[in-house]
Design a protein around this ligand. Sequence first.
Ligand code: BG6
Length: 489
Amino acid sequence: MTTRKFPEGFLWGGATAANQVEGGYKEGGKGLSVSDCARHHLDVDVTDYKAHNTVTTKDIEDALKSEDESLYPKRHGSDFYHHYKDDIKMFSEMGFKVYRMSIAWSRIFPNGDDKEPNEEGLKFYDDVFDECLKYGIEPLVTMSHYEPPINLTLNYDGWYSREVIGFFERYVKIICERYKNKVKYWLTFNEVDSMIRHPYTTGGLIEDRFPEMNWEQVIFQAMHHQFVASALATKICHEIIPDSKVGCMLTKLTYYPYTCKPEDVLKAQQDMRSTYCYSDTQVFGEYPAYLLSRFKNNGIEIKKEANDDEIMKKYPVDFVSFSYYMSSCSASSADGLDVTAGNTINAIKNPYLPSSDWGWQIDPIGLRISMVDLYDRYRKPLFIVENGLGAKDVVKEDGTIDDQYRIDYFEAHFKAMLDAIEYDGVDCLGYTSWGCIDIISESTKQMSKRYGFIYVDCDDYGNGTYKRIPKKSFYWYKKVIESNGKCLF
Ligand code: BG6
C-alpha cells in the first residue's frame, strides 16, 4: 500500500487580512480605512448580507464622529498590531511555511493620495516580515484586502475614480521597493469580484453618492479600474522583484444544477460564469465575450483609456488563488426550494450537504471539483488562500477548546485537495486556512464567528483580555504540516 502525502515543498500555512486582524487603527500614523468605518449590526439576521453590508454617506459621517471601538470591531481586530510577535511564534509552532496577510494601504498612505509614505507604517511591516522570516515563514501578501483609505471614498468616490489607479500604483511601487528582499508571493486585490456583493468595502463605493446613475455601471467601472491597476501592479512587481509571483484572487463560488433539467443546468452554467468572468479577465488579460455581452445587454459602457486593453493583456497574473468555503445549487426557478446562506450570497440548498451554524453548506468534494475546473480552465498553478469553518467555540472550565468539528471540516477538505493534486493532476502551490487566528468576520463583523486554530479572548464588542489560546485543532494542524499530510491516512 502506498502512503499518501502532499508534494514536497507544499506551502502549508494560514491567512488573515489587516482590516480584520490588526487593530491599532489610529496608531503609528495610520489613516482610517473603509473597514474602520464599517459598524456591526448584531441585531440583524446573519443571512441578511444586504443589511450588514450596505453603507450610506450618513453612516460614514457617524463613524468619523465616533471613537467607539465596540461598534466598529475592525478598529480593534484581534490586536495583532501589538501581538504580532507572539502570534507569528505560534504560527511557527504549528510549522507554517507561509503566512498570507495583507498590508493596510492606509498605514502606508494614510489618505491614499498622500505624496509621501508613512515611515512608521512601512517599519511595522518590515518588523512583521522579519519576524516571519526568522522562523522560515514565507509571507504571501495581499496588496488590497478591503482596506481603501476612507479619504478616497469621501473625496474621489473610491475606485470609481480613474485617479485612484495612480494612487494605487504609487503605493505598489513603495511596498515592492521596500519589501523586495522579503516578499516574493503577492496577490493584487482580494476577491476582486466582491465589488458586486459589497462595493463599499471592496471599492469604497457608496450608492447614495451616485444619484441617478446605473449602479451596476458604477460597480463595473470601478472594477475596470481595479483590473487595470492589478495589471499595472503585476508589471511593477515583476520589474522591481524579478523572481516574484503575482496572483489574482477570486471567491470560488461553486454551483451545481439542482436537477438534471436542462434549464437548471443552464442556470448553473450561467452562475459559474458569473464567478469566472473576473478571473478570466485577469488570467487571459481581456474581458471574456460573455461578460461583454452582459455589459451590452444591460446598457453598461465601460470608459477606458487608450492603452487599458494593452496593459491588461500584457501583464496577466502568474497564478490563480481563491477562497473556497461552500457550494450551492442553481435552479431556473427557486419556487418552493429551500434557500440558505453562503459567502455573502444566499443560494438554493443542496439536500445532500450539511451546513455550518451560519448556513454555509459544507462540501469538501466541491473543493476538488473547484480545483479541477480552475486548473483545466487556466493551466496556471493554484493557491488555496482561504478555506475554513466559521463556528462558535467554547472555552471549557479547564481552559481548553475542543473544536473537533473544525478538525473534521479540515480533514475532509485536505483529503479532497490531495485527490485533486494526486488523481486529477492539479498543480497547487499551497494552502492557507482562513483566519488561522480568530479575527473579525468580514460579512457580519462578529468576533464570535471564529475560524482560528488560535482562540483570541475577545467578544463581539471588543471586551476581553486578548489572550491567545491554542485550540485542539492547533495541535492537529501541527501534525498535518509535520507529516505533510501523511497523518491523514
Ligand atoms: C472571504 C474574505 O470572502 O471570506 C474574508 O476574503 C472573509 O475577508 C472570509 O473574512 C470569510 O467570511 P466571513 O464573513 O465569515 O468573515
